[in-house]
Design a protein around this ligand. Structure first.
Ligand code: CUA
Length: 314
């Protein structure tokens, strides 16, 4: 009742531990504060000269308040240790997904080669191992419904695993303060049936021989360019992609830039280099996420958006 829905195999064990610790704490809090209150009233100072009667030690009481809490913490240790080991030992045959955190989004490399930004797609009832790292500062990968949380640390890998027991969409949070965009470093974990997963893999798989324009259009959606850049001419968080190729754009510093292949490449890999007038420098670098062929494809796609429909007919 205090926790979100548990949607992984480990969730019920984590919850059981939480509730045991929670109720033990409540019982002892009542005993301690009740005892303090009772003693404060019973043995309050009653006059100018008032002495408490001298008390002998009570061996039975001392043994009881030593042995009982010891047994309780040993039980908690045994339960916690068992669950901790379960959480950290990846079952054989787990599907491995590479998770990369960076300011301020998560990207996922699925085993098929499909790569996505902000969306982790996994089949239900299958163990999934997450191999986590960071490209800049420390982030922390957290899915409350699965009861898993693991730091993403630069220059090393961390590992966590889960097995989802229910299909659905679950929130991914970053739980380590990592700068201005920390609170927006969100994602979704979509748990689907094996059949839907296979379909998704097929859809996101990029064939080697796909024409560049087509690949670029696909990347525009799958790499989430479309969350900030429209293709219909309207301004969003970032400038529109429509009709910019082969034209000059005004820059924030008062200068201007000519939109050609190198300008687009620079804007993808080093987005802070030239900020278009009227926009905030909020775009993250896609270095390492988009390979050369991907950048070629996006350039090709932007070229198609520069053409007017009349030109297309020739
Ligand atoms: Cu990434 Cu907070």
């Amino acid at each position: 009742m205090l926790l979100p829905q548990g949607a992984s195999t480990i969730a019920s064990e984590v919850d059981a531990l939480f509730y045991i610790v929670y109720y033990v704490s409540i019982v002892f809090s009542i005993m301690i504060f009740g005892g303090v209150t009772y003693l404060a009233i019973e043995y309050r100072r009653r006059g100018r000269i008032s002495l408490t009667t001298s008390l002998d030690s009570n061996h039975k009481l001392e043994v009881a308040w030593t042995v009982i809490p010891t047994i309780i913490v040993l039980i908690l240790f045994a339960m916690g240790f068992r669950t901790y080991m379960k959480m950290n030992i990846v079952p054989a045959g787990a599907m491995e997904v590479k998770v990369t955190g960076q300011m301020w989004f998560w990207s996922f490399d699925h085993p098929s080669g499909a790569n996505s930004v902000g969306e982790l797609v996994v089949p239900v009832n299958k163990p999934v191992k997450l191999l986590i790292s960071s490209r800049d500062v420390i982030h922390s990968f957290y899915i409350p419904e699965f009861r898993i949380k693991m730091d993403a640390v630069p220059n090393r890998y961390t590992i966590i695993w889960f097995e989802a027991i229910d299909t659905g969409s679950y929130n991914i949070f970053c739980t380590e303060y990592c700068g201005t965009g920390h609170s927006t470093m969100l994602g979704k974990c979509r748990v689907v049936t094996q059949k839907q997963y296979d379909e998704w893999v097929e859809l996101n798989d990029i064939p080697e021989d796909m024409p560049l324009e087509e690949l670029g259009e696909k990347l525009y959606k799958s790499r989430a360019c479309n969350t900030c850049h429209s293709i219909d001419g309207s301004a969003s968080t970032g400038p529109t992609f429509k009709g910019i190729f082969g034209h000059d754009v005004a820059l924030e510093d008062g200068g201007s830039a000519f939109v050609d292949e190198n300008y687009i490449r620079e804007s993808i890999l080093n987005p802070q280099a030239k900020i278009v007038a009227g926009f905030q420098p909020v775009m993250p670098t896609f270095e390492g996420i988009l390979k050369d062929r991907h950048i070629d494809a996006i350039v090709a796609y932007l070229k198609t958006l520069a053409k007017s429909p009349e030109e297309d007919t020739h």
